[in-house]
Ligand binder design. Structure first.
Ligand SMILES: *[C@@H]1O[C@H](CO)[C@@H](O)[C@H](O)[C@H]1NC(C)=O
Ligand SMILES: *[C@@H]1O[C@H](CO)[C@@H](O)[C@H](O)[C@H]1NC(C)=O
Ligand SMILES: *[C@@H]1O[C@H](CO)[C@@H](O)[C@H](O)[C@H]1NC(C)=O
Ligand SMILES: *[C@@H]1O[C@H](CO)[C@@H](O)[C@H](O)[C@H]1NC(C)=O
Length: 360
């Protein structure tokens, strides 16, 4: 009885969510849905792929075929969103998610460099999560990496620890994440077609960044740590490195336009064409200073800023010249920590009154 009720409640939630969801929202799998992905599948025989919010037709098919993968798609999206928020924490646009279902809101309808970053980092998150899930034996269709032994690995080192399966992660992420773009109906030369090309390009740039940053990791063996023997395998980079690399690409992203043959080309033809690993965009960024319903900008009113910084986090730039309010807050920190034998650390709580500044 209760599971029947649960299913009904789910169906109602999803049909509601479907309405408010904007175009891109496999990302919504990364949000704190009232339903965690794993619970969806515990229900068993009747998986809810067809009802999951935000999936395109092709993505629903993949969901049916690879049900055990969906949890990691969600994890990947979440990792990407978190990294985006970290990288942009001091910026006017801070990658905030608007609500749990529409994820980033209307700003993603603009083909800006912020949108480019968001696509790349979430595609990267999926490669990351899938590759690791394979290695950890969580998926029925993949296992440890089968990457060939690198040529430059010293001859007496062993190749063969269980590595992150980045080939599989890359391939599945490509199929799943790009599915939505490939299905979109568009006229040649239309704005829509330019957006599709832009999204596909940035998805690929994100995936390749994960691929290229993966590296060989090794472990020592041998008599009393002599390290005479090493076992090595392929390992994903820390996702922060992926975020840092994509942030640099964001800073140097290329402005593009459609040419007469329906291809994306660089606006400024004097620059080198972007490679498959660069980010590209087709629209200027909206004004992130003031709240605007039509662009989806949340504005910077109420944002914390740094009075002494001259960077983007400084009050001058963050508040767009509108000025700021000052208030005092009490901050509590752990302090005077002492190590006790054995084995715990005991700390005191220290409170401090600090000045804070928020944009008008
Ligand atoms: C959104 O998620 C948060 C937890 O992350 C939850 O507290 C809140 O109720 C959710 N809101 C909606 C509208 O589902
Ligand atoms: C919101 O943005 C649109 C598009 O850039 C602009 O035309 C409009 O004037 C803006 N509205 C406000 C209230 O700033
Ligand atoms: C990001 O900006 C929005 C809009 O100004 C604000 O509501 C939100 O608290 C900010 N998030 C963080 C983590 O600073
Ligand atoms: C504010 O900016 C200054 C200069 O960049 C920096 O030294 C300081 O740590 C910042 N303060 C906070 C609270 O981030």
């Amino acid at each position: 009885m209760s599971s029947k009720f649960f299913l009904m409640a789910l169906a109602i939630f999803f049909s509601f969510a479907q309405v408010v969801i904007e175009a891109n929202s496999w990302w919504s799998l990364g949000m704190n849905n009232p339903v965690q992905m794993s619970e969806v599948y515990i229900i068993g025989a009747q998986p809810l792929c067809s009802q999951l919010a935000g999936l395109s037709q092709g993505q629903k098919k993949l969901c049916h075929l690879y049900q055990d993968h969906m949890q990691y798609i969600g994890e990947g999206a979440k990792t990407g969103i978190k990294e985006c928020q970290y990288q942009f924490r001091h910026r006017r646009w801070n990658c905030s998610t608007v609500d749990n279902t529409s994820v980033f809101g209307r700003v993603m309808q603009i083909g800006s460099r912020e949108t480019a970053f968001t696509y790349a980092v979430s595609a990267a998150g999926v490669v990351n999560a899938m590759s690791r899930a394979c290695r950890e034996g969580e998926l029925s269709t993949c296992g440890c990496s089968r990457a060939a032994r690198p040529k430059d690995l010293p001859r007496d080192w062993l190749w063969g620890g269980c590595g992150d399966n980045i080939d599989y992660g890359y391939r599945f992420a490509k199929e799943f994440v790009d599915a939505r773009e490939r299905e979109r109906i568009h006229a040649k030369g239309s704005y829509e077609s330019a957006r599709i090309l832009m999204n596909l390009h940035n998805n690929e740039a994100g995936r390749r960044t994960v691929y290229n940053l993966a590296d060989v990791a090794c472990k020592c063996h041998g008599v009393s740590g002599s390290c005479s023997l090493k076992t090595c395998w392929l390992q994903l980079a820390d996702f922060r490195k992926v975020g840092d690399a994509l942030k640099e690409k964001y800073d140097s992203a290329a402005a593009m336009r459609l040419n007469s043959r329906g291809k994306l080309v660089q606006v400024n033809s004097r620059f080198n064409s972007p490679t498959t690993q660069d980010l590209v965009y087709i629209d200027p960024s909206p004004d992130y200073c003031v709240r605007n319903e039509s662009t989806g900008s949340l504005g910077t009113q109420g944002r914390l800023c740094n009075k002494t910084s001259e960077g983007m986090d400084g009050c001058e730039l963050m508040c767009c010249g509108r000025g700021y309010d000052q208030f005092k807050t009490v901050q509590t920190e752990r302090c005077h920590c002492k190590f006790h034998w054995c084995c715990y650390v005991k700390c005191k709580k220290c409170t401090e009154i600090v000045d804070q500044f928020v944009c008008k």
